[in-house]
Write a protein that binds this ligand. Structure first.
Ligand SMILES: NC(=O)c1ccc[n+]([C@@H]2O[C@H](COP(=O)([O-])OP(=O)(O)OC[C@H]3O[C@@H](n4cnc5c(N)ncnc54)[C@H](OP(=O)(O)O)[C@@H]3O)[C@@H](O)[C@H]2O)c1
Length: 396
């Protein structure tokens, strides 16, 4: 994908994250734009090193080193602060230089209190909007999430489309989702002040579909979706569920954002960057089972009883993980059931991306094998149990 007419100067937030690191790679590969990255760190050198190390997760052979040196400027800052934590001079200069802003920074913890998330996700987005409104083109690509549908996520009757936003959803015990819903609302509302926005709602982001790369040892916020896999592999038991379990490769999400941020038309569109191949949670667990992890699926009530009784174990010892903490919160406090779920409709986005030659690989044995092998290589996933596994799927 080569985007010859991409805006010349990009301001990117969140480059030290799962998605932002990959967006930086795609900007360096597919465009000739200069990229200003806002990053947190002890000093500017530390910020620069952090951005570099996230880029290297996806660019393991360092083939983009020269591009990074010549086209990337890293600025120490913080979206939760006035003027993004920049000096007045740096802020104004950055505004003067920026043609498009891609805002991917957020606190992505699903377990934090709202008051911890809001300064970054809500007020931080307000600061980014104010920044954009002072740029010449006033263009913002904002990274939202499909979970802005809040508690409708667990409603089997809902078909959530790109054109939907406020379905009357609730957000009890869904603080992250609430913060993203409110932030998306601020972006939408800023149209009246002259903001030209595009909104991207990714699904559950997993690693690169070809290499499996994912910053497993780099992220400050534990990747919940990898924790789901690890918890299943370690405890060998999960609740059975016909809920849609999205597995969307980071390269599809990133390339989608970059491709659809090209050009000076088609503003005020929302894009669902979920996997068009919608598999259920039980089917995804089945794919892991096929990789040599004998995961037993239990009826939800039976699983809940075991969880409550402290019977989710590894080698006879009580098991703890972010996933189990989230399960406990959802099952016992917010009383959510995973028996069914909404569908996230991504047809509009899929068709748009076809024109750029960007498509999403299906959630099949090949994709899951790529992720499992990468996770084992990183020492994050345990080795599979099945003797057949090593010969059927040799680990590189
Ligand atoms: N991951 C998913 O499955 C998923 C799904 C749907 C939507 N999204 C959305 O996609 C975007 C990227 O998510 P991700 O998975 O890449 O998240 P991530 O890995 O947790 O990275 C978050 C990024 O935001 C930065 N950030 C956090 N607080 C900041 C602050 N106060 N000032 C400046 N930067 C700050 C982080 O920097 P530090 O390293 O300094 O903390 C990091 O670069 C987010 O908007 C998220 O809501 C993600």
């Amino acid at each position: 994908m080569k985007l010859e007419n991409f805006p010349k100067t990009v301001f990117l937030t969140g480059a030290t994250g799962v998605l932002g690191g990959r967006i930086l790679k795609d900007l360096l590969q597919s465009t000739s734009s200069r990229v200003y990255c806002l990053a947190r760190g002890d000093d500017s050198l530390h910020c620069q090193e952090r951005v570099r190390s996230f880029l290297r997760v996806y660019d393991a052979d360092d083939s983009l080193q020269a591009e990074f040196t010549s086209r990337v400027n890293v600025l120490q800052g913080d979206v939760s602060q006035e003027r993004l934590g920049l000096s007045e001079k740096a802020f104004t200069e950055l505004q003067g230089a920026t043609d498009i802003t891609i805002h991917a920074a957020a606190n992505t913890s699903l377990l934090l209190k709202y008051k911890r998330l809001a300064p970054i996700n809500v007020q931080g987005t307000g600061h980014v909007i104010d920044f954009c409104l002072g740029t010449a083109e006033r263009i913002l690509s904002y990274v939202s999430t499909y979970t802005v549908m809040g508690d409708k996520t667990f409603d089997g009757g809902v078909n959530f489309r790109e054109t939907d936003y406020d379905l009357g959803q609730g957000f009890e015990y869904m603080n992250y989702q609430r913060s993203k819903f409110l932030a998306e609302g601020m972006v939408r509302g800023a149209r009246e002040r002259g903001l030209k926005w595009r909104i991207f709602r990714p699904g559950q982001i997993y690693g690169d579909s070809v290499t499996g790369a994912y910053p497993l040892s780099e992220t400050r916020v534990t990747g919940l979706f990898y924790d789901v896999f690890r918890t299943a592999m370690d405890t060998l038991v999960m609740p059975e569920s016909c809920s849609h379990y999205d597995v969307v490769p980071v390269d599809y999400v990133s390339r989608g954002i970059v491709a659809l941020s090209d050009g000076i038309e088609n503003f005020f569109d929302v894009y669902h960057l979920t996997n068009p191949d919608a598999k259920t949670f039980s089917e995804v667990m089945g794919l892991l089972r096929g990789m040599g992890y004998p995961i037993e699926l239990l009826p939800e009530e039976v699983y809940k009883q075991r969880l409550r009784a402290g019977e989710i174990t590894k080698n006879g010892e009580l098991y703890t993980s972010t996933m189990l903490k989230a399960f406990s919160l959802w099952f016992f406090v917010s009383k959510i059931s995973f028996r069914s779920s909404a569908m996230t409709n991504c047809e509009y986005t899929r068709l748009k991306l076809e024109k750029f030659g960007v498509s999403c690989p299906p959630v099949d044995h090949r994709l899951i094998k790529t992720y499992v092998h990468a996770g084992i290589r990183e020492g994050y996933f345990p080795q599979p149990f099945s003797a057949d596994f090593s010969s059927a799927c040799p680990i590189p």
